[in-house]
Ligand binder design. Structure first.
Ligand code: SF4
Ligand code: SF4
Length: 373
């Protein structure tokens, strides 16, 4: 296993981090503990020393399971990360209360890397107002946390605003070879690198979409490439020298083994210009397939009839881009409530003038209704 030093500490973190959000489960939806402990121990024995969990993962079971695992090994030989569930916090006292409960779940007296979970344009000002910087400063001073950071899902402007608002130790955001210009993306990577703070990358496979079905246009780009889709996706992230840890939410023993095998031979700068130009062409091939150029600015909302316009358009775009109707049909039904779907559009036209991209939203809603029906 290879290790990189967290810029603001002397901690040497394994370049592969264990994301504890996708453990294998039993029929009742609970974590399959036997399998999950075996996966955690295999990773530990093979040098993985960074374990990332969060309050909501597996409905709270993930933190508890990780806590049991910490009791089975030498606590000081690993680094533990978990996150404050910002959307549940209503007062300054709540922050201490959640952290103290998390220390209990994890059966430890300190959390090495503590993050504010999923900060965005809306939650960051609210957390600031409630005194989150005072909370983090206090928790560091009394030793309950060692380093403070935030995980992030929003646009680059918001990322910059948050990053520059405080003396963070590290940040965690989506980094993969497709999304270089999406959310924080490579601009976020460059900014965090300049500031000298640690970068934990998540979603290297874009939720598995980069290794599932591959459109013909993308497959053509990778023709004769000896690497597997998984290897390509992970190597692109490991090639970035300021990315301290790549988090992988592994859900089977086979995935743990394969991720570790690849991590053992990965290193920064492994990709040459020719390789990088191929990634660039693959990215362009994906992007060229996007049928609706929605920037997710949300100016079209609210729709008086309840249509979740950006989510509906986004799910359809991804279905076409990844050539994977079945998976996105499932996502459409799982994540977009019935009352917010495309078929609720009555073509009132209220959204049209608000869209800076001049998207014919009402017409697309008809296409999407038929596609996902
Ligand atoms: S045209 Fe359709 S999507 Fe747009 S505001 Fe009217 S009902 Fe909503
Ligand atoms: S206003 Fe247009 S570009 Fe912005 S989210 Fe709505 S549909 Fe997309």
């Amino acid at each position: 296993m290879q290790y990189r030093t967290m810029p603001k500490s002397s901690d040497k973190l394994s370049i592969l981090g264990f994301g504890c959000m996708r453990f294998p489960t039993l029929e009742d939806g609970k974590i399959d503990q036997e399998k999950s402990f075996a996966m955690l121990h295999y990773a530990y024995q093979n040098g993985v020393n960074y374990y990332d969990t969060a309050w909501p993962y597996h409905d709270g079971e993930s933190e508890t399971l990780l806590g049991q695992f910490l009791k089975q090994i030498e606590r000081s030989s690993v680094y533990v990360a978990t996150k404050l569930p910002c959307w549940k916090v209503k007062t300054r006292e709540d922050m201490d209360s959640y952290l103290n409960q998390q220390l209990e779940h994890l059966q430890t007296d300190h959390i090495d890397y503590y993050l504010l979970h999923a900060l965005n344009k809306k939650s960051f000002p609210a957390m600031k107002k409630l005194g989150v910087f005072d909370f983090l400063t206090q928790a560091k001073a009394d030793g309950r946390i060692r380093f403070a950071g935030f995980s992030f899902h929003d646009n680059y402007k918001t990322f910059k605003n948050i990053l520059e608002a405080w003396d963070w130790d590290f940040t965690q955001f989506m980094l993969n070879y497709l999304d270089t210009h999406y959310q924080a993306g490579m601009r976020g990577y460059n900014l965090a690198s300049e500031k000298g703070i640690g970068i934990i990358s998540m979603e290297p496979l874009r939720g598995g979409k980069l290794v599932q079905t591959m459109p013909d246009e993308v497959a053509k780009v990778w023709k004769n490439d000896p690497n597997t889709p998984l290897e390509r996706a992970l190597n692109w992230v490991w090639n970035l020298e300021h990315c301290t840890v790549l988090l992988s939410g592994m859900s089977s023993p086979e995935q743990v083994k394969e991720n570790i095998r690849l991590a053992k031979k990965a290193k920064a700068g492994i990709l040459n210009d020719k390789d990088l130009s191929r990634y660039h062409r693959a990215r362009r091939a994906y992007i060229r397939k996007i049928p609706i150029l929605c920037s997710e600015c949300r100016y079209c909302l609210p729709c008086p009839h309840g249509v979740a316009i950006p989510s509906v358009l986004g799910t359809y775009n991804e279905a076409i881009m990844f050539d994977n109707k079945a998976r996105h049909q499932m996502e459409y039904q799982m994540f977009i409530p019935e009352e917010n779907r495309a078929d609720k559009c009555v073509s009132c036209g209220a959204c049209l003038a608000k869209c800076p991209q001049h998207i014919k939203i009402d017409e697309w809603m008809k296409v999407i209704t038929e596609y996902f029906s």
